[in-house]
Design a protein around this ligand. Structure first.
Ligand code: NAD
Ligand code: PRE
Length: 289
């Protein structure tokens, strides 16, 4: 590979650029974005080599295009690059939802184009922008790729190799399976954190509440500091899976409420023991990965 174009040089696009620079120092990295000042900062920091005067110029002889913007931007970017797409150019994305992105790709890209590989690195933070980008973000982390019948084996292999060179472990699954899994373990927890903080921050005594909030509150709500735009887009894109997850969670809350109302000591203990054991087993499994 000689030239990589990244749309959206923020936390994820910037961290991938840093990883690519380390693994493939000779590759030219061209960044595009909607905010000139941020792109200037990305160039000054040495995260990208340069920006481009136009999409046409950026796409000229590009080997790989990475779309690392909020997911609602991806359709328009695919439409904008399509007239400039060369046969050998591979296109991938890093969006947190995959069924919507695959549908956009089918609508926007030429019917005979087989170089689109939908992807999602399972690594990140509540911080946004290129100043939050960092070396090693993807080390030992999963990257999920969701190839479909239109994806060529060669494009899939190229994107897999790129992520492996960034230190990640690649797993393939369907977009539908991906969206169901991440609705449960990523998207729902973000909504719960936003909802809790929103509720407390709407109270008259919020100053007092936040004054005494400590590490339990910090751990539960860290992700409520995440990008509102990114999470609006994810929530709307994965709405049917998320509505099912919200139903299941509300059922748990209703169960909890009944146990408390009935002062059901054994029931509460059983529920907390089940959750505590599952959480500790999961945390231990992370150490052996
Ligand atoms: N933050 C995470 O933890 C995380 C983890 C994995 C995947 N993702 C996904 O990665 C993507 C980027 O997230 P991030 O955390 O890097 O966000 P970010 O806000 O740090 O970066 C997004 C960048 O995209 C730019 N941008 C927005 N619209 C654009 C457009 N139309 N054209 C070009 N550039 C545009 C923004 O200016 C910004 O620089 C999202 O799709 C998100 O769902 C995020
Ligand atoms: O660590 C965090 O702050 C994250 O929210 C990262 C996280 C996650 O839920 O685990 C968030 C969204 C991404 O799509 C992938 C990873």
């Amino acid at each position: 590979m000689n030239k990589i174009v990244i749309f959206g040089v923020g936390l994820i696009g910037g961290s991938l650029a840093i990883a690519i620079r380390q693994a493939h120092p000779a590759v030219e990295i061209v960044g595009l974005g909607r905010d000139g000042e941020l792109l200037h900062a990305a160039t000054e920091l040495g995260v990208i080599d340069r920006t481009a005067a136009s999409i046409a110029e950026a796409m000229q002889d590009a080997d790989l295009v990475v779309i690392a913007t909020p997911v609602a931007q991806i359709r328009a970017i695919l439409q904008a690059i399509t007239p400039h797409l060369q046969a050998h150019t591979i296109v991938t994305d890093v969006g947190s939802t995959k069924s919507d992105v695959l549908a956009y790709a089918r609508q926007a890209l030429p019917a005979d184009y087989r170089g689109f590989v939908a992807g999602h690195p399972i690594a990140g933070a509540e911080k946004t922008g290129v100043t939050a980008a960092r070396d090693g973000l993807f080390h030992h982390k999963h990257v999920v790729l969701t190839p479909d019948a239109h994806t060529s084996a060669q494009a899939l292999q190229s994107v897999q190799s790129l992520w492996e060179s960034a230190g990640a472990k690649v797993v393939c699954m369907s977009a539908q399976q991906h969206d169901a899994i991440f609705a449960a373990v990523s998207h729902l927890p973000h909504l719960l954190a936003f909802a809790l903080v929103n509720e407390l921050a709407s109270r008259d005594n919020q100053v007092e509440l936040f004054r005494f909030a400590a590490s339990g509150f910090r751990d539960f709500t860290r992700i409520a500091g995440s990008s509102p735009e990114m999470w609006r887009d994810i929530t709307l894109a994965n709405r049917s899976a998320l509505l099912a997850e919200l139903d299941a969670y509300q059922k748990q809350l209703r169960q909890l409420q009944t146990l408390i109302e009935h002062q059901d000591s054994a029931g509460l203990l059983a529920m907390f023991e089940h959750a505590s054991q599952a959480r500790n087993t999961w945390a231990e499994s992370l150490q052996s990965q």
